[in-house]
Design a protein. Structure first.
Length: 454
């Protein structure tokens, strides 16, 4: 005989939370940050919770007695016509085990834990139904399921915050960096001028690197990835264009300073073999490569969430995500307009940076507008297919090499990095040296910034 299963719930904890807040409205500050209406299993409790914000506000403003306030709120909402809500409130007050703030927070955690279990069960049940439906792509089912079940970020303590609290959070982070002698708020890219203009790659920010084909945007991203890995950070690299072998070869070439052409043969000398081994030691397990060429932005997010949850006890949480590149990402809906699909993927990448609490570096192709201009330097309007890329990005940087258009230029072997958008920093440009034999950028020994006013 099959066992009848009931949805996880803790109605006693729900009652305890609601009764405590009615008795002590100031407790809603803690409870409201931890719980939402949909966290309550009992329908009557959802109704009562919905009335609490107005109830607490009127109490703060010196309103009438408790029951009068609640009765008026329920009457305005039409609740009293559905059930004897005031009688239910009296029952809640009789069942309050404690109004101590520590205890109430503990009850709220019980409610939240059961609600999270119900959400995961719901996600699994939905996935099971979709698995029987042949029109739903298996990849989409997996991505949605992972996002729902393996979301490593808790929703508690999110939402609105007063400036004094935000200030203290900022100060705590500032003092921590100062104590640890960390100059940058973000992760160093390995390029001093880029770091000074952007502050490094900061958590919850989306960085877009754009460029025409063959300008070196992929090489710059790989160089940044290698630099971060050498510094001990864990980087997830999603390559929608190159396969794992090509990515590995280019990383080895850059880090070991071995010409890419040499790596195509097996004729390396002993010194080059030794440098290959050193490259392995420097990068090791810090670089995570995924060369699935049909990964959607939602799929990448779910893959990273799954990694963080699976490896949460091994100190290998993803510190940064790099995606090469936006225009190759498929849409969740194959029939969707391309511009809309690219805009949605761009937006998901911004959401990804917040969900993973890490920087996301997104590479993007540019349209051909710069090809017909006398000045070939790229502009924000050149971002291909969607204006939402510019809107979503916190920083937009372009890679431009003059020698691509003019083989006789005196600027051969030099790349200009143009920071065209920087939400909370300087815009402008600077130069890097470029070695095409190892696809490596390096900081120039001379030359400063060319800052522009915001």
């Amino acid at each position: 005989m099959d066992t009848i299963r009931t949805a996880p719930r803790d109605v006693d904890a729900e009652n305890a939370v609601l009764g405590a807040v009615i008795c002590r409205p100031e407790l809603f500050g803690t409870v409201g940050r931890m719980l939402g209406e949909d966290d309550f299993f009992d329908e009557k409790n959802r109704v009562v919770f919905r009335a609490l914000p107005e109830y607490v506000q009127q109490q703060t403003n010196g309103g009438n007695e408790d029951f009068v306030i609640l009765k008026n709120i329920f009457e305005k909402a039409g609740v009293t016509e559905k059930f004897n809500v005031m009688s239910y409130v009296v029952k809640l007050l009789d069942l309050v085990p404690s109004t101590d703030a520590v205890s109430v927070k503990k009850y709220a955690k019980f409610v939240k834990e059961k609600a999270d279990r119900r959400r995961r069960i719901s996600a699994l049940e939905k996935a099971l139904e979709e698995l029987y439906e042949p029109s739903v792509r298996l990849r989409d089912i997996e991505d949605n399921l992972c996002s729902a079940v393996f979301d490593a970020k808790e929703r508690a303590d999110r939402g609105m915050v007063t400036f004094d609290k935000a200030f203290m959070n900022f100060l705590d982070d500032f003092d921590k960096r100062r104590k640890n002698k960390e100059v940058l708020p973000g992760i160093s890219t390995g390029f001093v001028k880029l770091d000074m203009m952007t502050g490094g790659l900061e958590k919850q920010k989306l960085y877009v690197i754009g460029g025409r084909p063959a300008m070196g945007k992929t090489a710059l991203a790989l160089n940044i990835a290698a630099n971060m890995c050498i510094a001990g950070k864990h980087v997830a690299l999603f390559s929608l264009e190159m396969g794992e072998s090509e990515v590995t070869k280019r990383i080895i070439s850059s880090v070991a300073k071995i010409k890419g052409q040499r790596l195509k043969s097996t004729g390396l000398d002993d010194e080059e073999y030794a440098r290959m081994g050193e490259a392995l030691q420097k990068i090791g397990k810090n670089l995570i490569i995924n060369d699935d060429s049909i990964k959607t932005a939602a799929g990448i997010l779910s893959e990273c969430l799954r990694w963080n949850v699976t490896h949460r006890n091994s100190n290998t949480k993803i510190d940064a995500v790099i995606i090469d590149y936006l225009q190759l990402m498929p849409s969740q809906n194959p029939r969707q307009d391309r511009r809309i699909a690219i805009g949605e993927n761009s937006r998901t990448c911004k959401i990804m940076s917040k969900r993973l609490d890490c920087p996301v570096v997104l590479l993007s192709q540019l349209n051909r507008a710069s090809e017909v201009r006398q000045d070939k330097s790229p502009h924000l309007s050149d971002l291909r297919d969607s204006g939402e890329i510019e809107q979503d990005a916190d920083v937009v940087a372009f890679v431009h090499r003059e020698e691509y258009y003019n083989a006789t230029t005196e600027n051969a072997g030099i790349a200009k990095i143009i920071i065209e958008k920087n939400r909370d920093g300087e815009t402008g440009s600077f130069e890097l040296d470029w070695d095409k034999t190892t696809t490596t950028f390096s900081s120039r020994m001379s030359g400063g910034y060319d800052f522009e006013d915001q």
